[in-house]
Design a protein. Structure first.
Length: 474
């Protein structure tokens, strides 16, 4: 990759101010793909200065000018979709089918959806005695994760561009190569110099300096709750806006009138998608106490049928987790579940059968879990399902809400009853009867799962300030 040891600042690929590099590791082979440069505070200073200067003109562009940019980026994301998918698969381990069907296309769909929203968005509203004007917030610092890397970049960059903001992106150093391709696409699309800037680096060095920078008006962060707290702490002295999408431990309530054979199998397989590395994964399956054994048997059978291995194989349903650090964390939590007395009905510690290298995890199911166990409280971020029993609908809601998180939720059963239960969950999203994501629907969490919303019209609103012009009349 040509630009892996450079940063994209003020419309050019430039040399870093440091000589530090790290290897990007393929988690399926444990071998290095390439090296990337790791930046320092001076690189962030240069990127922020470029974004601040560019804001003076880009914030004044017309909707038509911004639409032309969004449309061109959408076109190029489509043209380079296969290259993006192959890169994401290599650097974070998603199976090729998932990378081509979901990981890479999310970027395309976020830009296409944002363009459609922008076409009908009102930046001014005339009231009786004042004009309400919605203006770009300014320079935005963005920090994104490795699990859905292009998705998380696109759902921040697209609305920021649409709003008229400028930005500095620090992607995850674990899976940064797709971000470099993304920067090349924005350059080729004619994004004005300084509007979008990319600096690679780690959180403590680059991320902290970006979050604390006095010329950054807003931070948009996706990652762990622990890291999100640090971003907010660093941002506090400058009183900048902070939007965060953080961890989750989402409950999946299976009501007693659901089709257990269909729903439990569907949701066990869905949880293992992306190797369980989705912040909104329904990892706590709640079932009636009287049907614990039935649900555990279905989930175990489903887990045992999931093929794990080389992401490049069409027969593989689940690839590795992203890194050795992540693998070790998951192994420790699986062992904790065993030690706490949960019933292990599928999977367990160690590599899957037939694999002796790579960061592969066995799809794992625990039954007879109580909500006070570590595996029910902590975000595993791996293919580990815990099944918890409940007495009635009220008990299910109580257990589901008994968590510091509130990102997503799932309810299956008769439609009216399932929606009624969904209304009682303290989460930013609830999926009823297997409903999938919608790029127009807001995404974000309650409690320690974050604040603010991404995706759809509310995602665009995040990057705008409201100004009341009193006495202005049409």
């Amino acid at each position: 990759m040509t630009n892996s040891e450079k940063f994209y600042i003020n419309g050019e690929w430039v040399e870093p101010t440091t000589d530090t590099t790290i290897e990007v590791i393929n988690p399926a082979t444990e071998q290095a793909i390439t090296r990337i440069a790791m930046g320092g505070p001076a690189d962030i200073d240069a990127a922020v200065a470029a974004a601040k200067a560019a804001f003076e003109t880009y914030s004044q562009t017309s909707v038509e000018e911004r639409l032309a940019i969004l449309d061109k980026i959408t076109e190029l994301l489509g043209t380079r979709s296969e290259e993006l998918a192959d890169t994401i698969s290599a650097e974070m381990g998603a199976p090729g089918g998932l990378a081509k069907a979901a990981q890479a296309p999310t970027g395309f769909f976020h830009f296409a959806t944002t363009a459609a929203i922008l076409r009908g968005f009102d930046f001014e509203e005339q009231h009786d005695n004042f004009l309400l004007v919605k203006e770009p917030v300014g320079v935005v610092g963005m920090i994104t994760p490795w699990n859905w890397p292009l998705n998380q970049i696109a759902c921040k960059v697209a609305p920021a561009l649409a709003a008229g903001c400028t930005m500095v992106l620090k992607p995850s150093e674990v899976a940064p190569l797709n971000a470099i391709l993304f920067a090349e696409i924005l350059h080729d699309a004619g994004v004005p110099a300084g509007v979008f800037n990319l600096v690679n680096g780690d959180g403590p060095t680059v991320g902290s300096h970006l979050s604390a920078h006095s010329d950054v008006d807003m931070m948009s962060f996706t990652g762990s709750t622990r890291a999100g707290v640090e971003v907010a702490r660093n941002a506090a002295p400058t009183v900048k806006r902070v939007a965060q999408e953080l961890g989750g431990k989402s409950a999946n309530i299976i009501l007693d009138d659901a089709d257990f054979a269909e729903v439990v199998a569907r949701d066990m397989g869905g949880m293992c998608m992306n190797s369980g590395q989705s912040c909104n994964a329904g990892t706590r399956m709640l079932v009636p106490n009287s049907r614990m054994d039935e649900a555990a048997g279905i989930a175990a059978k489903t887990a045992e049928a999931i093929s794990v291995g080389d992401p490049g194989s069409d027969a593989v349903m689940m690839g590795p987790v992203v890194s050795e650090v992540q693998w070790n964390k998951i192994q420790g939590l699986i062992q904790a579940g065993i030690d706490e007395g949960a019933t292990l009905v599928a999977g367990g510690t160690g590599l899957p059968d037939g694999l002796d290298s790579g960061y592969f995890v066995r799809p794992t199911v625990f039954a007879d879990v109580t909500n006070d166990m570590r595996i029910a409280r902590e975000e595993v971020f791996g293919p580990v399902m815990v099944i918890i029993g409940y007495e009635d609908d009220d008990d299910a809601v109580r257990i589901a809400n008994d968590t510091v998180y509130g990102l997503s939720g799932y309810v299956s059963g008769s439609q009216e009853r399932a929606v009624a239960v969904a209304r009682r969950l303290r989460t930013g999203n609830v999926h009823v009867n297997g409903a999938g994501p919608d790029f127009n629907a807001p995404f974000g969490g309650y409690k320690q799962s974050g604040n603010g919303r991404e995706w759809g019209p509310l995602g665009l609103e995040e990057y705008l300030e409201a100004k009341a012009v009193l006495g202005a009349r049409s």
